[in-house]
Design a protein around this ligand. Structure first.
Ligand code: TXA
Ligand code: MG
Length: 343
């Protein structure tokens, strides 16, 4: 691909030309990095296998990891699924548009390239005004994985997309910083009991308030044994990993300070706001200790900043894993390749 074009669309009224340009590229079978409220995605026409193939190529993504299909209205879902059960209607009424993805039995219209051969399709209705405007203007359901090179931290700004995808997509639309900062919650309704496949800003508590019983997939908290197939194929891949070798450190701040002091010279810290003055090593902060939503919003940019420090090792203060913190901890654990220390 010769060149990636970069357009601003931060102000939807002033920049509607960018939306039209994106819609044009998508209708012609091209790829566009678009802002959503969670993270930026690489979008392509979900109904065109050749266009979907370009997403896998741009990301360097394994072909057996399925994609989420993005829509702007409930009517667009009907042709994509064989059933839209009452539970899906309840979730849609409560959380859409927003950071929730629902896995449902797919219709024949969804190409096997999108679902990676599974009998299901993951569907999300994003709330970001630019994502919505682009979907409506092109009139197509859009397959869109996170717009990072496979394995690295997801992009939460257009600049991150450019770092990862320059020359690999046709267009990048700059819609400012993502407000949620972590990928959507994924729940499947294709099992007898609904099952959480990936935690996100829509918490397990709020899903249970709407649906009653919801199982948590065992792959979320642990490393799956080599021979076990996860319900969500994305779970088995190396994820969100910075180049710096990251380890999560559980324990009080005082102990953390003493611990990283020993590693002075080759290590950095990923800490909470206000802690940097007390740390004897270079430090990147990812939000206030008591504010999981802020940690979610800033985590991926912080992982990129850690890499920019160019040190061999980094040690992260462990977040509280309740509520939205479940998603923060889940991404950090994968970024750390499951390395954890208890002080
Ligand atoms: O917030 C998000 O969801 C972002 C933005 C761009 O919308 N997208 C995103 O896509 O995170 P991606 O491809 O990076 O992650 C999709 C996850 C993967 O873990 C994949 O395995 C899972 O959803 N998934 C997709 N289709 C599935 C299916 N039919 N059954 C089970 N898991 C599925
Ligand atoms: Mg991803």
């Amino acid at each position: 691909m010769a060149r990636t074009e970069f357009v601003a669309a931060a102000d939807l009224n002033a920049d509607f030309g960018a939306v039209r340009k994106a819609a044009g590229v998508l209708k012609r079978g091209g790829t566009v990095a678009i802002p959503t409220e969670t993270v930026y995605g690489i979008a392509a026409n979900a109904l065109d296998p050749a266009a979907v193939g370009k997403i896998f190529e741009a990301k360097g993504r394994p072909q057996d990891n399925p994609l989420i299909v993005h829509v702007a209205s409930l009517e667009e879902i009907e042709p994509l699924v064989t059933d839209f059960p009452a539970a899906a209607k309840k979730l849609a009424a409560e959380f859409w548009p927003g950071p929730l993805t629902i896995v449902l039995p797919k219709s024949g219209l969804v190409p096997g390239e999108v679902s990676a051969g599974l009998p299901t399709v993951a569907i999300r209705m994003p709330s970001h005004p630019i994502a919505r405007a682009i979907i409506k203007t092109c009139g197509l359901p859009l397959a869109a994985p996170s717009a990072n090179r496979s394995g690295g931290p997801s992009p939460t700004t257009a600049r991150h997309c450019l770092e990862d995808l320059d020359g690999r997509v046709d267009l990048i639309v700059d819609g400012g910083e993502c407000s949620v900062g972590l990928e959507s919650t994924v729940i499947t309704l294709a099992t007898s009991t609904p099952r959480l496949l990936r935690p996100g800003a829509v918490t397990i508590g709020s899903l249970r308030r709407v649906l009653g019983a919801v199982d948590v997939d065992p792959a979320i908290d642990g490393q799956l044994p080599e021979d076990e197939q996860p319900s969500s194929p994305g779970m088995k891949y190396k994820h969100y990993a910075p180049k710096t070798e990251l380890t999560i450190v559980h324990g009080a701040l005082e102990r953390f300070i003493a611990f990283v002091g020993i590693r002075h010279g080759d290590s950095a810290a990923l800490a909470f706001d206000g802690e940097q003055e007390r740390l004897p090593v270079p430090c990147v902060c990812y939000g206030a200790e008591s504010n999981a939503s802020e940690q979610a919003r800033r985590l991926f940019a912080a992982l990129r900043e850690l890499d920019a420090l160019g040190l061999g090792y980094a040690f992260a203060r462990a977040p509280d894993a309740s509520g939205v913190g479940m998603a923060v901890y889940n991404r950090l654990l994968r970024a750390a390749a499951f390395r954890e220390i208890y002080l």
